[in-house]
Design a protein. Structure first.
Length: 612
């Protein structure tokens, strides 16, 4: 480690978080004179490390960057570092219909960052964010960001770097921008590990990174031993995730559709490999999990992110994990500190730099992995026995949870060979509401080849309540659960942005005049789902049926029936003049809507509902 090369270089840190970026610059000897973040616990963490891991002289201020009095900032600052919150540009936002980027308030925080740079006028600055920032809103966000910094008088250099290449045992790609006044291009540091390093030194594995770690938590308490999917984790081979339980990977009784979850769902780390990207707020089944079938301890999280064992984090376990997951890896920030010291501040630093035209290999490594995955799928598809069904056609009779004011619906199932006849009565009426014929396939290949389906659902629904349509889909979900390892139609169908259905709705006959029944028939056609339509399309087709001329009121009503309609008001990244229907059926009970329309009071009066 090349200590103190940055001595005398005064730094302001913005969006400091728990200090991952600062720590790298501190270790390189820079004088971080001021650090600020809006989060209380992050500021407490910074203060806990002053005089130990961080400089004792650093002023830590909890503040909203947009409200900082610029006149109170330290003078004669040489460098500003920081990265605004990345959620507006993240992959999770893209999965929800589009990443919001600058449309989200968090996506405009770079403007405040620019304001401070314009006031302080440092010799250089470092701006860090997720890779996705380059592509949100068709690249317009990134163009605006670059132009804003150039307007301040700086030359801009940026690259995507992977912390894995610089000593972190984790694949963590980040966009790193350096603003400078050099007369030549700023060059980024050459990787220290991996195929792009001078010596091709292997990447650090998670097992290697965790060697000799001190006990810091009760590991028994971190074992995932209850919940819907807890029993699956011990079955996942190290290095794999929920995809292990899909037909494409050859699992005999599939539990999930291919690409129906994020890649960190049930993801188990391998001691022989680096891990995938740590996230800040993991769900119950969100990895990485330890290969011992438990959650990682806080100390292990620190090692995986590149923090030294002596670094102190303040708060409860979840608070600490959030701070670690939101941090820049100190391994990467330290090497960037050396590269900046060498070029911008002309310090003597022994560091290999990347030439501007050097192409890093992590994208091609992804391509090779994708090719290998496709080859695996082809082998599995060839070996699969088309006569072996994932569905166990069992006779059963059950009562579905109450779904209307008319009483408990009754469901009866009769099996005749590969046909499951499902009869639903949502109330005491004997009036036919709808009939549906669904064909179930074990694989996409089986479906696309127009082969014989593994199972056929012949569904008949009786009732007069408009909620009969929901009862109908609930009954089909109930059959899926009882006749396979899948937990709902969603896990058969996959995520709406990448539909991989292994079933098709062969026929859907609506006998009811209820508007919601007619809407259900409309979206039972996959072509009417998962793509944008003009807003007028929805109001013209169904607004008059409900007696609603207002698009937002119509969306609210349809969502109250658990149809996942998405628009600008539910996800700011969706253009204002369009909408999309995410799934061809209603959400099951207990499935949380990820987005909701801006609060409005909806009553029979202000909706002006008519039931002609």
């Amino acid at each position: 480690m090349q200590d103190r090369v940055g001595k005398g270089i005064r730094v302001i840190s913005l969006f400091t978080g728990a200090g991952g970026l600062d720590l790298g610059f501190d270790l390189a000897g820079y004088d971080v004179v001021y650090a600020t973040d809006i989060d209380d616990l992050s500021c407490e963490t910074l203060k806990a490390n002053l005089g130990e891991m961080l400089s004792k002289a650093t002023i830590v201020e909890r503040a909203d960057i947009r409200k900082i009095d610029l006149q109170t900032l330290p003078k004669e600052v040489d460098l500003i570092i920081g990265g605004p919150p990345c959620q507006s540009f993240s992959a999770s936002g893209r999965r929800a219909g589009g990443a919001a980027g600058r449309l989200d308030d968090r996506g405009t925080l770079f403007e405040a960052y620019c304001g401070i740079i314009g006031h302080v006028k440092p010799k250089a600055f470092l701006f860090e964010n997720v890779r996705g920032i380059l592509g949100t809103n068709q690249g317009q966000d990134w163009l605006a960001i670059v132009n804003a910094f150039r307007d301040l008088g700086y030359s801009i250099s940026y690259r995507i770097l992977d912390a894995l290449d610089y000593g972190a045992p984790q694949q963590r790609e980040r966009m790193i921008m350096v603003g400078h006044n050099l007369t030549h291009e700023f060059l980024f540091p050459r990787p220290l590990f991996g195929p792009d390093s001078v010596s091709s030194q292997p990447h650090i594995t998670s097992g290697k990174a965790l060697e000799g770690i001190a006990e810091d938590e009760d590991k028994e308490a971190l074992i995932l031993n209850n919940g819907k999917y807890a029993h699956l984790l011990p079955l996942v081979p190290p290095g794999e995730n929920y995809l292990f339980f899909t037909a494409k990977r050859g699992y005999p009784n599939p539990v999930f559709a291919y690409r129906s979850r994020f890649s960190d769902f049930l993801y188990k780390a391998s001691p022989n490999l680096p891990i995938k990207t740590l996230i800040a707020s993991p769900g119950k089944y969100t990895g990485p999990f330890h290969w011992e079938n438990r959650c990682f301890t806080v100390k292990e999280y620190m090692r995986l992110q590149g923090f030294p064992d002596s670094y102190q984090f303040v708060g409860e376990r979840s608070d600490k994990i959030k701070q670690i997951g939101n941090s820049v890896s100190p391994k990467l920030s330290y090497i960037m500190a050396l590269a900046i010291a060498k070029q911008i501040f002309e310090k003597t630093v022994d560091l290999e730099l990347l030439q501007k035209d050097f192409v890093l290999s992590f994208d091609s490594r992804k391509g090779k992995k994708a090719t290998k995955t496709r080859e695996t799928h082809a082998i599995v598809a060839k070996a699969q026995n088309s006569e072996t069904s994932s569905f166990r056609l069992n006779n059963y009779s059950s009562v579905v949870a109450p779904n209307s004011l008319s009483g408990k619906p009754n469901v009866e199932v009769v099996i005749e060979g590969t046909i499951a006849k499902i009869k639903i009565k949502s109330d005491t009426s004997k009036k036919l509401f709808a009939k549906a014929f669904l064909e179930i396939f074990d694989t996409e290949e089986q479906l696309s080849a127009n082969s014989r389906p593994s199972a056929v659902l012949d569904v008949t629904a009786y009732g007069e309540s408009e909620h009969t349509i929901q009862t109908m889909w609930n009954a089909i979900d109930d059959w899926v659960i009882k006749s396979s390892n899948f937990h709902s139609l969603f896990e058969l169908y996959g995520h709406f942005t990448e539909p991989h259905p292994v079933f098709r709705i062969k026929n859907f006959i609506i006998k009811s005049e209820e508007p919601i029944a007619l809407f259900s028939k409309h979206v039972s056609n996959f072509e009417n789902c998962s793509r944008y339509f003009p807003r007028e399309h929805l109001t013209q087709l169904f607004g008059f049926r409900f007696g609603i001329a207002n698009f937002i009121q119509l969306v609210n009503l349809l969502r109250s029936y658990r149809f996942d309609i998405r628009c600008h008001e539910t996800n700011i990244a969706i253009p204002k003049d369009v909408y999309m229907v995410s799934y061809p059926f209603t959400l099951p009970f207990g499935k949380q809507m990820n987005f909701s329309v801006k609060p409005q009071i909806l009553t029979e009066h202000n909706l002006n509902i008519s039931r002609g």
